[in-house]
Structures are given as structure tokens and as C-alpha cells.
Design a protein around this ligand. Structure first.
Ligand code: ADP
Ligand code: ZN
Length: 537
């Protein structure tokens, strides 16, 4: 039996390696580099823990594990101790004396694994310790967990990860294994470049999480929609509700509490004791719903999270995938639910536009947002789309909203053309710019003060969209924004000085106006819901 397999069995008590674990372990034990992409719950930890033990037994010293999360280090070291493995961590939670103690253990060769925060690792003092170990051939490997943090294209960029490029130069010959549960092609390439993993063998697992059902609904009254979702489908079950802002976290937590749901708020604005307490309760007690910003979740290993709900749309698919991936780690059926609306598109676009980034960078952020928008607007299998984004081809899953209740699709091409020409006409006539509501009024031929004030009832397209409901037109607008056939344009009001977003035509608008692209839209959610109720769903 190989040393790796006997370690797996004797130390961890597992019968066999899972999926690509064996190949990864072999690669690292043999001294090669590896880049591991494996979904949450796939078993990344063993990929470096087993090699660490095997190499240590072969007299090759200690493994250094870089991890951004104190809670995670704590849990892992605890679990290793239980398994009889000598491990420790170094991070800001230790007192000076405790840290000294760990350093001493490290120097005297007593450790098999040492977990360290990236900012700690690259201090001159710590690098000095590593230099000594390296000189004695006592550095067995580096494991870089949550490796996507090194990339600004990832969804959780941490500048301190950048300094890890030093490992390659300074400790040549020491194998490095980088691991992440989420990275699209761009992020992957960036990880390779930043960490100098050109020679690394890449192990890319399927990103599919078959037990997670994906549902994306159109936002109406999102708090009530969420409430119904929880009460009807996940009463008394543990879940996480993600919100964009701290204020929203508190509002939603309160509404859920008032409805008798065991909800707790969590965001970075709470004192750390409160956060810790809420997190502990979430982990220990049954059926707690954590209402949180994305500050919550990374490294939280709770197997029986039955649902993850997004009441606001995340920034990109990687974020969405990572957050929804916290559901159903035990492999039992779980649900990823998201409500999405025009306001999400506008808000996310605004955040990108107003961010301090360079134009080139903003363009990448926008294209990532667009990919998520088109997932939200999709009328075909969500999982196929999601996996496609990570470079995988698959067939319709039968376990997402679109597969289970295929949405009725209507051809929105005519409505889209009417909408675009109205925007064009209105802006042609008035030098001012107008928001979505007004455009819709003109299109639907409504008699409002504003319409009269600007003589927009004289526009040739006035009322040509009468046949469409406002919901339908909003759908058209969202879809056009999602596909870039409609743009948002920032305008400062001369009167109030307020900055607001208005609609503008883009180069993509022309193709729609010419009738060269079809606009397929899902039937409104309200209609779809009444259908599924009839079916008794
Ligand atoms: P990840 O870090 O990829 O999210 P973990 O390393 O935390 O995943 O592993 C997820 C779970 O799967 C853990 O409970 C772990 O003990 C278990 N596991 C991993 N590999 C195996 C294996 N080969 N056999 C049985 N259980 C495993
Ligand atoms: Zn599907």
C-alpha cells in the first residue's frame, strides 16, 4: 500500500481517496506543483494534509498552509489534533507568548503542518524562520488555500495574497499546491501568473453540485417573496440570506423574526463578539437563518445548510457560485434561490461605474456582471449556463427552475424595437435625458404631467407599446440591459445636483432595431406562478 493511502486510512480513517485526490496527492508527494479547482465540499484539505504527513515522515519537514481565515485555521488544526497530527496556526488571534511558542515548535521540527495568515507569512521575521528551515531541507510544501484571493478578477481579492509570489523565488524546489473552489478562466490564468504556477499540474474537478436546485425569480416585493420561500419550502431549516447592504441585513432579519423565523443578522458593522455569537449559534443550533452580507460564510463549514437565498444580485457568477455553494455540503437536497430585478442591474452597474478602477478593469467587471445577468434572464437550464461559465459542457439538469417548470417564452423583439426607438425619439426631441419610468409612460401612451411638459405625446412612438404590460416592458428593458443592447448613462441634474442613471442606446441597440437579433423573454413570474399553483406545486 502506498504511504499516501495508508495515511488516509490510518490517520483520517477514510477507506479511499475521492475523485482526483489520489492524483493530486501523488503529484505533491513527488515534489511537483499543483493547482486544484474543486467545488466546496469536494475534499480539498486532504490534498495537502496527506502529502504533508507523508513528506514529514520521509524527513522533509513541515508544511506551511496559507489561509485567509482565522476560523478555518482553528477548525482545521483542531481536527488534525483529533487525528493525532501535530499542527498549529499563527495568526492575529494569538498572544505574543503563544506565537513565540508556535515559532519554537516550528524551529525545533515538531510540527507537521503550520497554518498561517498571508500577512503573517510574508513578514521578514517569519520569512527568516522559513529561510532557516529551507536551508536544512525542512520545508515540505506550501499549500495556498482560497487561491482565488490572489486575483483581482476573483470575487474576494486580498492584496496580502500578492506577496505570496515570493515563495516561488525564495523557496525554489519546495512544492506548492494552490486550491480554490471558484475560479473562472480569467481568474485561473491570473492565479497561475501571480503565484508562478506555470509548471503546476492543474486538477479541475466538475463544478457541478447536483444536489443544489437553482431558482431565480423576478423581484417584486422581495421581502415577502423571501418569506414565502422560507415558509413554504424551508420552514425550520438552516439557511443563509445574502443582502448587499448592512441596512438591508437588519431590515430583513427583523421582518423574518417578526414572522416567527429564527433569523440572526450578520455583517461587518457588528462588534466581533456579536458576530462570533451569531455565527456560533448558526453552527450549533438547528434551523437558524443567517441574514448576512458576504462578510459571512467563507470557511464556515456547516453541512446542513438547506438553502442560500440572495435578495440582491451578487457581482458576478463566481460570487454567486461560491455563496450558493454553501448550501447542501452534506450532499442532501438544497436550494439556491435568488430574486433579481431591474434595480439590481442598475445598482451593480453604478457600483462599477463609480468605483475608482481603471477603465480596462471596469470593462472586465462589466462583462462579468453581464454573464450573471444573462444567467438570471436565461430561459434554458441554469446549471448548463453556470457550468458553461466554468468551462464545462453539460446537458439540462432537471433540477433547476427552468428545467422543472420551463418558462413560457415570448418573442420580445417587437417590444424591444419599440422601446429602443422611443428612447431614441424622446432624446432626439429633448436635450434632457429621462429615466425608465418616463420612457415607459411615453411608450404606453400615458398622459402624465411630464409627458405634457415635454410634449412627448407628440413623439412618433407615443403609445405604440400600448399592447404591452409594464411588467413585460420591464422584462424587455432588463434583458436589453443584460445583453448590452441598452446602456446606462450617468446624468447630473441641473436643479438638484443629484446624479441619476438614464437609459441610452449602445452599438448593440442597432442590431435589435434592425431586427437582426431576436429578443426572447421569459413570461412574467406572476403568470408562471399561477400556472405552477394549478399544477399543485
Ligand atoms: P473542501 O475544503 O473542498 O470544501 P473539505 O476538505 O472540507 O472540503 O472536505 C469536505 C468533507 O469531505 C469533509 O468532511 C471531509 O472529511 C470529507 N472527505 C474528504 N475526502 C474524503 C474521502 N476521501 N473520503 C471520505 N470523506 C472525505
Ligand atoms: Zn436545469
Amino acid at each position: 500500500m502506498s504511504a499516501a493511502l495508508s495515511t488516509l486510512q490510518n490517520v483520517f480513517g477514510y477507506a479511499s481517496f475521492r475523485g482526483p485526490q489520489a492524483a493530486i496527492v501523488d503529484q505533491v508527494v513527488a515534489g511537483g506543483d499543483a493547482l486544484v479547482l474543486m467545488p466546496t465540499g469536494g475534499g480539498k484539505s486532504l490534498c495537502y494534509q496527506v502529502p504533508a504527513i507523508v513528506r514529514q515522515q520521509a524527513g522533509q519537514g513541515v508544511a506551511i498552509v496559507v489561509s485567509p481565515l482565522i476560523a478555518l485555521m482553528h477548525d482545521q488544526v483542531g481536527a488534525l489534533h483529533e487525528a493525532g497530527v501535530s499542527a498549529a496556526f499563527l495568526n492575529s488571534s494569538l498572544s505574543y507568548d503563544e506565537a513565540q511558542q508556535v515559532e519554537w515548535q516550528l524551529q525545533s521540527g515538531q510540527l507537521t503542518l503550520l497554518y498561517a495568515a498571508p500577512e503573517r507569512l510574508v513578514t521578514p521575521r517569519f520569512l527568516g524562520l522559513l529561510d532557516d528551515l529551507h536551508a536544512q531541507g525542512q520545508l515540505s510544501l506550501f499549500a495556498i488555500d482560497e487561491a482565488h484571493c490572489v486575483s483581482q478578477w476573483g470575487h474576494d481579492f486580498r492584496p496580502e495574497y500578492r506577496a505570496l509570489s515570493v515563495l516561488h523565488e525564495r523557496y525554489a524546489g519546495v512544492p506548492r499546491i494552490a486550491l480554490t473552489a471558484t475560479a473562472d478562466a480569467l481568474t485561473r490564468a491570473d492565479i497561475v501568473e501571480r503565484l508562478h504556477l506555470e509548471q503546476a499540474q492543474q486538477f479541475v474537478s466538475s463544478f457541478d453540485r447536483p444536489n443544489i436546485r437553482y431558482t431565480i425569480v423576478e423581484k417584486k416585493d422581495v421581502t415577502q417573496q423571501l418569506l414565502r420561500f422560507i415558509q413554504n419550502e424551508h420552514a425550520d431549516e438552516a439557511g443563509v440570506v445574502y443582502c448587499q447592504s448592512r441596512r438591508r441585513v437588519e431590515e430583513i432579519a427583523q421582518t423574518l423574526q417578526q414572522a416567527g423565523i429564527n433569523a440572526l443578522p450578520y455583517h461587518a458593522g457588528f462588534p466581533s463578539e456579536v458576530r462570533q455569537q451569531h455565527q456560533d449559534r448558526f453552527l450549533r443550533e438547528e434551523g437558524i437563518v443567517m441574514v448576512a452580507t458576504i462578510a459571512f460564510g467563507m470557511g464556515i463549514d456547516k453541512p446542513d445548510v438547506r438553502f442560500v437565498a440572495h435578495v440582491d444580485m451578487p457581482k458576478n457568477i463566481e460570487g454567486y457560485y461560491q455563496e450558493t455553494g454553501r448550501a447542501g455540503r452534506d450532499g442532501l437536497p438544497a436550494h439556491a434561490w435568488m430574486a433579481y430585478g431591474l434595480s439590481d442591474v442598475v445598482n451593480q452597474r453604478r457600483m462599477i461605474d463609480e468605483g475608482g478602477a481603471e477603465e480596462e478593469f471596469k470593462a472586465v467587471l462589466r462583462s462579468k456582471l453581464d454573464a450573471l445577468l444573462s444567467l438570471a434572464e436565461a430561459t434554458d437550464c441554469r446549471r448548463v449556463r453556470l457550468l458553461q461559465y466554468f468551462g464545462e459542457t453539460s446537458s439540462p439538469c432537471g433540477n433547476c427552475d427552468n428545467c422543472l417548470h420551463p418558462p413560457t417564452v415570448w418573442d420580445g423583439t417587437d417590444a424591444a424595437r419599440k422601446l429602443l426607438s422611443t428612447i431614441y425619439r424622446v432624446h432626439e426631441m429633448s436635450a434632457l435625458t429621462f429615466g425608465a419610468g418616463h420612457i415607459m409612460d411615453v411608450l404606453r401612451g400615458k398622459d402624465t404631467d411630464k409627458v405634457r411638459q415635454f410634449l412627448h405625446d407628440k413623439v412618433s412612438t407615443f403609445g405604440i407599446g400600448k399592447g404591452y404590460s409594464e411588467t413585460q416592458l420591464r422584462g424587455v428593458m432588463r434583458q436589453l440591459l443584460a445583453t448590452g443592447a441598452l446602456g446606462l448613462h450617468k446624468v447630473t441634474s441641473e436643479n438638484s445636483g443629484h446624479v441619476f442613471d438614464t437609459l441610452c442606446l449602445t452599438s448593440g441597440s442597432r442590431d435589435v432595431l434592425r431586427g437582426e437579433v431576436q429578443v426572447q423573454l421569459r413570461e412574467t413570474v406572476a403568470a408562471a406562478r399561477s400556472r405552477s399553483t394549478k399544477r399543485g406545486v
